[in-house]
Write a protein that binds this ligand. Structure first.
Ligand code: G1P
Length: 308
């Protein structure tokens, strides 16, 4: 499942559609990973040897985007730092003949032309975090991608399908997973209607973290959003909702109620939730098993360990 498919032709559709920016909300406290997150941001915890945020930035680059806006909290600069070149470390590694490692450390800084930060002063919710990135956009950007760094959507490529869907229907396009009803309550859930494409549904409403009884469907939001610029105005008009936070789900529901077209692309592939230690460990094992260096030995060890 960890294998990823490079999307090389994403650049054209994104460029044609004028979509350039990926917002990555990364201002959280990472409480579920304490004590490690006392000093290491959750987004930098390595899945094998690569932080989750690099996987997400790779997805944005492959979809043809060229700017990453990392929404972070005051003083939490390490995430942006990860995307800066480190010429001294490179020179040191080269002098030791470690060219393969030089390639690895250059990957993140080379992914996107621009990496910027936006500061979220207070943790007021995902909608609020997204709103903090609005000043980073150019006037002509009519839509923006949002990628939650906790969510790895595999194989990569759904963002490009979302961009194509916006080209057809306009408005806002989100990624949905079909999730068992008894597991639905941690998610934003869509009220959907079929289109002529089995993997694209029209959204008539959206509810954040409903109980199974309240859930309008089993289609849940999974951390990928292609938001029309109208979202920023909607966020400003959105009152705190679930958890006392300004939810992007509520801002999207507001847009829908005003006639703004919203669709979902249903992703039938895999997903890892890096937001809690259990999901993070599953992702690490999944990626490690696919890794030519670590996979074979880990597989043998796991078989023995589980067989004990
Ligand atoms: C956020 C969104 C939710 C979405 C989920 C996906 O919730 O608010 O709508 O389904 O991400 O992971 P969080 O997990 O931040 O509570």
């Amino acid at each position: 499942m960890a294998q990823s498919t490079a999307v090389t032709s994403g650049h054209d559709s994104a460029r044609r559609a004028g979509i350039r920016t990926a917002i990555v909300p990364a201002a959280g406290l990472g409480t579920r990973f304490l004590p490690a997150t006392k000093s290491v941001p959750k987004e930098l915890l390595p899945v094998v040897d690569t932080p989750g945020i690099e996987h997400v930035a790779t997805e944005a680059a492959e979809a043809g985007l060229d700017r990453l806006v990392i929404v972070t909290s005051p003083g939490k600069d390490a995430v942006a730092q990860y995307f800066r070149a480190q010429p001294e470390l490179e020179a040191e590694l080269r002098s030791r003949g470690k060219d393969k490692l030089v390639e690895k450390i250059r990957r993140a800084p080379n992914l996107l032309a621009k990496v910027e930060t936006a500061i979220q002063e207070k943790a007021l919710g995902l909608g609020h975090a997204i709103g903090c990135a609005e000043p980073n956009l150019d006037d002509d950007e009519q839509a923006v991608a949002v990628l939650l760094p906790d969510d790895l959507v595999l194989p990569r490529g759904v963002l490009r399908r979302m961009i194509d869907t916006r080209a057809r229907y306009g408005g806002t396009v989100l990624c949905a997973f079909d999730i068992p009803l008894d597991e639905i309550s941690p998610y934003g859930v869509f009220d959907v209607e079929d289109t002529d494409d089995a993997d694209v549904k029209k959204v008539n409403g959206m509810v954040e973290k409903p109980s199974p009884e309240e859930a309008p469907s089993t289609y849940a939001a999974a951390g990928r959003y292609l938001l029309d610029r109208a979202i920023f105005d909607a966020i400003r008009r959105t009152e705190p909702g679930r958890g006392g936070e300004i939810q992007v789900t509520d801002a999207i529901a507001l847009l829908i109620s005003e006639g703004h077209p919203v669709h979902v692309v249903v992703h039938r592939g895999g997903r890892h939730d890096l937001g809690n230690p259990g999901g993070f460990l599953r992702a690490a094992v999944d990626f490690a098993l696919e890794d030519p260096e670590y996979g074979p030995e880990l597989r043998t060890w796991l078989r023995g360990r589980i067989g004990e």
